[in-house]
Design a protein around this ligand. Structure first.
Ligand code: C2E
Ligand code: CA
Ligand code: CA
Ligand code: CA
Length: 278
């Protein structure tokens, strides 16, 4: 614009420059992060609303970098995908999640599923199936205690997605559709895909007790899931009023800050012992 003075141009340039600089820094340090053991997994409980107990945990990655501090997956996963680093990071996540779940079982805690987020690069990687088979063998975890979270956008190539998901099902793995409602909703394919769980995105779950539009959407997704014989999980449950409404809607499971934020592995025994239940 003609009224944009030299100072503003410089301001925008320096903002763009700062972004590029941050991006280069992240990429540089991320290349060393795996071998330096800088990634950790946090675990967030998934609660069964009828049985009133924890039946699963979602694993959520964090990067604790000595140079950059704690970096959110929202920032570094997209860069890991662009650079291809996601393949090794994703493999580490699967290994660590399966190892940890098996360890909890051996310590005598109630058996739970461990959910792992897959990136679409991983999902379309032909070696993923053998990688998972190897990890299950090495860790000794039974396949039905591992759940893979995929998103709607990953299933755009319907034929390939269907073949991959069917082979996962034949391996005995669980599959969850994550962030449901935010993507390209191929509702007609949903019933063709061998999916076990439908996770309603937190943007719809938020404030359902005071937001009638969100409440109507969530109620409808729950009814849809039940019709398709899917287990439905509400994500991002932050307060008791929202939880009560979810129970009225016959939602199967819930996850969110109301029960617990994601915690490190050492805090999980406490959650098993005294978790907040509905
Ligand atoms: P997501 O899979 O949808 O994970 C849910 C996010 O919501 C997590 O953020 C979680 O900490 C947060 N959350 C949980 N309960 C609540 C709540 O009650 N209220 C609110 N406002 N938020 C809640 P996080 O851990 O920062 O992860 C962000 C995203 O990064 C994840 O979204 C997922 O897409 C991605 N991600 C995380 N870990 C991995 C991983 O190991 N691999 C891949 N490929 N992606 C990952
Ligand atoms: Ca997820
Ligand atoms: Ca989600
Ligand atoms: Ca999400």
């Amino acid at each position: 614009a003609k009224e944009m003075g030299g100072n503003q141009v410089q301001y925008f340039n320096s903002q763009i420059y700062a972004k590029i600089e941050r991006r280069i820094k992240l990429e540089k340090h991320m290349r060393k992060a795996l071998e330096r053991n800088e990634f950790i997994l946090m675990y967030q409980p998934q609660v069964d609303l009828l049985e009133k107990r924890i039946i699963g945990f979602e694993s959520l990655i964090r990067w604790d970098s000595p140079e950059l501090g704690r970096v959110s997956p929202l920032e570094f996963i997209p860069i890991a995908e662009e650079t291809g680093l996601i393949f090794n990071i994703g493999k580490w996540v699967l290994q660590e999640a399966c190892r940890q779940n098996k360890q909890w079982q051996e310590l005598g805690f109630p058996k739970v599923t461990i959910a792992v987020n897959l990136s679409s690069k991983q999902f379309y990687d032909h070696s993923l199936k053998d990688q998972i088979l190897n990890i299950l063998k090495e860790t000794g975890l039974e396949p039905h205690y591992l759940e893979l979270e995929i998103t709607e956008s990953m299933t755009m190539d319907v034929q390939v997605a269907l073949a991959t998901l069917n082979s996962f099902r034949n391996m005995g793995l669980k599959i969850a559709m994550d962030d449901f409602g935010t993507g390209y909703s191929s509702l007609s394919y949903l019933k063709e895909f061998p999916i076990h769980n439908l996770k309603i995105d937190q943007s719809f779950v938020k404030d359902i007790s005071i937001n009638p539009t969100n409440a109507a959407i969530v109620n409808t997704i729950i009814a849809l899931a039940r019709n398709l014989k899917l287990v439905v999980i509400a994500e991002g449950v932050e307060n008791e009023n929202d939880l009560k409404l979810l129970q009225e809607f016959h939602c199967d499971m819930a996850q969110g800050y109301f029960f617990s934020p994601p915690v490190e592995a050492s805090k999980v025994p406490d959650l098993f012992a005294n978790s907040k239940t509905p």
